[in-house]
Design a protein around this ligand. Structure first.
Ligand code: PMP
Length: 426
């Protein structure tokens, strides 16, 4: 029995499913999850000492690779001054100014400790600001596990087949309207009926929780103008795409300006951090200036701020994103060419440092319905073959792939060669 298997058995006795977040349990793909012992650069090492090229990157934060020296140094030196004060620090101002410099639509922002907190707070703020109850989201998009947002959700909820979780009162869920991603007409139709009751639209600007689905041309711009017309708040959830699709996030890449933005993952450099922010006029509705309550004992925690700031400073110190986009293209196109040679029908999507591949005869995958037609059994088999090859992909057909600056051309080439051997075995 491997050490990971032993640990998994032990873990299940005290931790539900043996994990602290569901997809980690390999529920979608089957088998035993790898317990990770350490990680450096593009590689993770499991409890049995096996090395993997890592395309999960802690589900997004590790855009500079694991244990980047600048982040590690910042964490250590800041920790020596104290771990948490629950009082304001200068570091929080530096962080807020840095984020605003990189994402100018965030005129004011507040730090929280996870992506879930960021989206939950942004939704409450949008409701408080507009005085409306309903919100609009897209099927297959995941915005964290707050009650209002766990309706037709993606990510682990989709992998586990519970996009609507028990425990959410129907009275809550009825305020969450869901329509089809990349289908602007479905949004227009629902607004024509209920527009004056809709507080906000929240969208993943590139959907990364139902594999990787970029927005079709005009989709994000269409959402922007519908929000303008009906005076709803436009929230772009950049928890995954922020500082990843481009330095300024997907909103910079696609040139759309939201009213509010939510951030997570990269902004913490690997520490638990999220943020929400946007138009000053809306943000000033938050307590203590305004009436909408939001708070957090560890919000703006100094170690977390130091780690995140080090990550953002490094990322903006040179043009990493051109290189990241080129490498992402290389891996996605490399998978496609290898699959073609092995006569395995495959579709790919990629943008910035996010990529996805789909076992399907469909030429393109742009919608939730198309994602659901893909062959998940084939993905699961491929996933395990790749693990044997020493490549750690996200353990679900409904998650995006994450590239980091630490992935070398040789890593990517080795990954494509491994993929070709695995395609041949399908
Ligand atoms: N929004 C999006 C787009 C996400 O991808 C995620 C997490 N994958 C979240 C929100 C929730 O973030 P967290 O897991 O940090 O709560």
């Amino acid at each position: 029995m491997s050490h990971s298997q032993q640990l998994f058995e032990q873990a299940q006795k005290t931790i539900p499913g043996g994990v602290n977040s569901p997809v980690r349990a390999f529920t979608g793909v089957g088998g035993t999850p790898l317990f990770i012992e350490r990680a450096t650069g593009a590689y993770t090492f499991d409890a049995d000492g096996k090395q993997y090229i890592d395309y999960v990157g802690s589900w997004g934060p590790m855009i500079l690779g694991h244990n980047h020296p600048a982040i590690l140094d910042a964490v250590i030196s800041t920790a020596q001054k104290g771990l948490s004060f629950g009082a304001p620090t200068e570091l929080e101002i530096t962080m807020a100014e840095k984020v605003r410099e990189l994402v100018p639509s965030m005129e004011k922002l507040r730090m929280v400790s996870s992506g879930t907190e960021a989206t939950m707070s942004a939704i409450r703020l949008a409701r408080g600001y507009t005085g409306r109850d309903k919100i609009l989201k897209f099927e297959g998009c995941y915005h964290g596990h707050a009650d209002s947002l766990l309706v037709k959700a993606g990510s682990g909820a989709l992998t586990l087949g519970v996009p609507n979780s028990p425990g959410i009162p129907a009275d809550f869920a009825k305020h969450t309207l869901t329509v089809n991603y990349n289908d602007i007409q479905s949004v227009k139709d629902i607004f024509a009926d209920l527009g004056d009751q809709i507080a906000c639209i929240i969208v993943e600007p590139v959907a990364g929780n139902m594999n990787c689905i970029p927005p079709v041309e005009g989709f994000l711009e269409g959402l922007r103008s519908i929000c303008d017309e009906y005076k709803s708040v436009f929230i772009i959830d950049e928890v995954m795409t922020g500082f990843r699709v481009a330095l300024g996030g997907a909103q910079a890449h696609y040139n759309v300006k939201p009213d509010l933005t939510t951030l997570g993952k990269v902004i913490g450099g690997g520490m638990p951090v999220g943020a929400f922010g946007g138009k000053a006029e809306i943000m000033d509705y938050i307590a203590p200036v305004g009436p909408v309550y939001q708070a957090g004992t560890l919000s703006g925690n100094p170690i977390a701020m130091a780690a995140g700031l080090a990550a953002l400073n490094e990322l903006s110190s040179k043009d990493y994103h051109t290189e990241l986009a080129a490498k992402t293209k290389q891996i996605a196109e490399g998978f496609k060419a290898a699959a073609d040679r092995q006569k395995v029908p495959l579709a790919i999507n990629y943008v910035g440092a996010m990529f996805g591949f789909f076992f399907t005869e469909q030429e393109q995958v742009n919608t939730f319905a198309q994602v659901m037609q893909c062959d998940t059994a084939k993905f699961n088999k491929f996933f395990h073959l790749m693990l044997e090859e020493g490549v750690y992909l996200a353990p679900s057909a409904f998650e995006t792939g994450f590239l980091s600056t630490a992935h070398s051309n040789a890593d990517i080439q080795a990954t494509i060669e491994a993929a070709e051997r695995c395609f041949a075995k399908l």
